[in-house]
Design a protein around this ligand. Sequence first.
Ligand SMILES: *Cc1c(COP(=O)(O)O)cnc(C)c1O
Length: 437
Amino acid sequence: MTPNTDRNQLLFDRARQLIPGGVNSPVRAFRAVGGTPRFVQRAHGAYFWDANGTRHIDYIGSWGPMIVGHGHPAVVEAVQKAVLEGFSFGAPTEREVELAEEIISLVPSMQMVRLVSSGTEAAMSAIRLARGATGRSKIIKFEGCYHGHADALLVKAGSGLATFGNPTSAGVPPEVVQHTLVLEYNNLQQLEEAFALHGSQLACLMIEPIAGNMNFVRAGVPFMQRCRELCTQHGALLVFDEVMTGFRVGLGSAQGVYAKAIPGFAPDISVLGKVIGGGMPLAAFGGPRAIMEQLAPLGPVYQAGTLSGNPVATACGLATLREIRKPGFFGALSASTCSLVEGLAAAAKAEGVPFSADCEGGMFGFFLLDTLPQNYGQVMKTEGAKFNLLFHGLLDRGIYIAPALYEAGFVSSAHSAGDIAQTIAAAREVFRLLQNK
Ligand SMILES: *Cc1c(COP(=O)(O)O)cnc(C)c1O
C-alpha cells in the first residue's frame, strides 16, 4: 500500500482524535457534503492554500469578515503595531473609543455601542438588554435565522402559535426556550397572529434582515415594515441581527438597505460581528442611548467580558472599516458580486440547470431552484445530492464555497475579474456534469 500523502486527510485524522469531529465549529467538518475538510495553511487576497499546498478561490472569507481579502496590507500593519503595544489590559483603551465612533458614524440607529468578542455573545446580550429594558420575557425569532448558540435561541417552532418553541440542541432545558416563539420568515399572517396573541408580553422580535444562515433570503419590504409597526405598536423592541450583514451588504448595513425603501426605518437594537472584527474575535450590540444606558455599570442589565474590546481585535476592525468606507469601495464590491451571480445564472441557464440567485454588496446566495425561496422550508427543497455534486465539482476545480446548501457566500475586494471569470467557467463545467446525471 502506498502511504497516504494527503495532508488534509492526515490532519483531519489527527484532529478527530483530539477535537470532537475534528473541528472547532461544526460546519467546518463537511458533514453535509461528505469528504475531507481542507485545512488552511495560509491565505492571501482572494485565495487560501490548503495543507497540500493547493490554492482555492475563497468565497467564504471566514464566513464574512474578510471583506478586504486576506492579509490586506493596511490591516496587517495595524495589527502588527497593536501587538507590539500589548495584547490585552482589562482596562479601557483609546482604540475602543475610536471603533465606537466609527461604528456609530456609519449606523445612524446606534447612539451607543458595547463591544464583545463573538456574535453569539452579542446576540445573547441584546436579548437580555431587550428583556431588561421592557420588563418582558417573550421573544420572537424566525425559522432559518441563526443568532448564535445561546440556549434561548436554539429553538424550533412548537405546534401552532399558542405554544412556544422546542429546543434544537440536547442540553437546552425546555423551560429555557419556553419564552421563544418561532415564526416562519416572510409570513405576514403568522406575524399578525403572533402579535395579536402575545404582543403585550413581547420583549423583542429578533431577525436577520437579510438572512445569511439559510443561504440568502431577504425579508420582503412590506414584511419588514410590518415588523417595525407591530413592534412599535406593542412596545416590543425590533432587534436586527446584523452579525453577517453588518458592513457586508453595504456601508449602512442591511438597515440602510431597508431605510431606502421605508422612509425613517430603523431597528431599536443592532447586533454586529464578523466584518467589524476584520477576522479577529470582535462583535458589538448597540442602539439608542436610553436603551443602552440600561446596561451595567449604569443600569440593572448585567453584561461583561474579560477580553471585550481587545486592543488587537479593535485595531484589526478599525483598519478594516477604514478601508471599506473609502469612496467607491462598495460600488466596486457590489459590481463584482453581481457579475459573479449573473455569470453563474447564465452558465446554469446555458446548461439547463434550475438556478436562482440574489446578492447585496459583498454577500450572495444561489439555489438549484427555479425561483428564489422566501423561507427556510423552501430553501430546504434544494436537492442535497445535486448541491453536493456542485460543491465537490467546484472544490476539485479550486473554488471553495460553503460546504452546506443553507449558507451564504462572500466576495471580497481582493477578488479580481479574472477570479470571477475562472469561477463561472468552472461552474459551467460542473453544471454540465449535473445535467448529464
Ligand atoms: C455568525 C452569526 C452569529 C454568531 O456569531 P459568532 O461570532 O459565530 O458567535 C450570529 N448571528 C448571525 C446572523 C451570524 O451570521
